[in-house]
Design a protein around this ligand. Sequence first.
Ligand code: ADP
Length: 545
Amino acid sequence: MHGLMMDTPLLISSLIRFADLNYPDREIVSVTADNPLHRYTYREAFARSRKLANALRKLGVEPGERVGTLAWNDYRHFELYYAISGSGMVCHTINPRLYPEQVSYIVNHAEDQYLFVDLLVMPLVEALWPTFKGVKGVVVLTNEASMPDSQIPNLMCYETLIADESDEFDWPEFDENTASALCYTSGTTGNPKGVLYSHRSTLLHAFAGGLPDVLGFSGHDTALMIVPMFHVNGWGIPFSSAIVGAKVVMPGPKMADGEVLAALMNTEQVTVASGVPTIWLALLAYLEASGEKIPSVQRVSVGGAACPRSIIEAFDQKHGITVHQGWGMTETSPLGTIFKVKPTMGELTKDELYDLQAKQGCGVFGIEMRITDENNEPLPWDGEAFGTLKVRGPWVIKDYFKLESVDNPLDEEGWFDTGDVATIDPHGVMQITDRTKDVIKSGGEWISSIDLENVAVGHPKVAEAAVIGRYHPKWTERPLLVVVLHENAELPKADMLAWFDGKVATWWKPNDVVVVDELPHTATGKVNKLGLREQFADYAFPDAD
Ligand code: ADP
């Protein structure tokens, strides 16, 4: 017997209607290539989204077809999110920092009909234009005065495109399982793979993201969204914020600029901000050097890569800001876990709290997680057992785009293998120890490279650190620490290694440390361990004879 409730589909356009009516005057503020501080309201944003939806129809884009964006976080990208998905097309966000060949592969694989491109990304698109197979035109996200010279035949100006369109648009109704957005993983090996989100998965994820113990948005918040909208839907923040009418602030191309971020935080009275660890390192370094304060900020969400404890401590001790670390991936929309203090954790000392905050957090309702051994048997949640992290839920991938039945990412019980190795403690706090392909196995025992990296970056002279396993004749593999030091810093090997004493088990201590000028990174800003292992392919430990 079915329940007798309305069968209203969960559609992205419902957010537009709701926010437009309920929060018409809430502001959206952004930095763009053509405006240092653009400011308007949800009402204006949605009126322009309707104009854009009309323009997209005129361009002849059909429901289900992909429209690509290569853009930073700003109000025009926000409008694209809503107009493309809301009218039944698929918003394909592309990371402009991917290798050019990958951008070209992705655009062709997705069969993008049009590309909406930030002014600053135009040189890349110009260079790649001859490689695009089916793109019918490029729309530059700017006004007529700032249009670049270009050889691209069907080049349009965003502001001109929407200027004369009507702001009346009847958002179509369709099945909530219709595709809404597409995002490719950065694919450190092989070609990038497409994750195709649906309206239903996006709305459920947005509801969960807004919960008090998840990203915790309220209408009173001003959210600085530094997580890129070109990757994993900006953690769903463009949607979660519209549910409650939070003010949204977006840094455009300035997301790694500590000075601009601090200025935005202060002028806009930001209460909550979200970004990857490297962004916070940049901001904290700027605040330290300038002595500036950011008193309105109450909490910071961090994810995408392990957040070193030193970031958590600096935010708390110097700025009174609580850090919430979360874990997720493109395939999980991305929210999977986030750390929150549970009442059953009892009284925690600062030290215990920092230790917990440095872990990846607790499951978000909607995501089931488990860790399994090599026989796919679930392991206990005792904080000790390491295993493959698997998840399932309504915003977890079922199949990769155009690889259906070719590359089934689920195990026989329907769980998605995240490629991460983790422990889960009795409170449900998950800790990632490594990616499966990065684990270091020394004498048959696992060593967590992430733990070692977190300790290393806690050293005041270390700017960035990575640990990789290298061949060792006695132990098969041992950890090699590779560090980048702060400018003009010097750090003798012995001092760096002594820093680990008392902080990790003795047998985890790296066998050697190498100082480099920079580490290789992926397009999402993470250390490219594969590249690093290649760089150190011929390396031999000093104690290897
Ligand atoms: P990409 O592989 O394109 O960088 P993702 O953003 O999907 O794409 O990366 C997801 C991976 O990032 C996770 O599987 C995990 O290894 C890592 N990750 C994400 N958040 C955290 C975190 N808080 N701590 C440690 N690792 C994390």
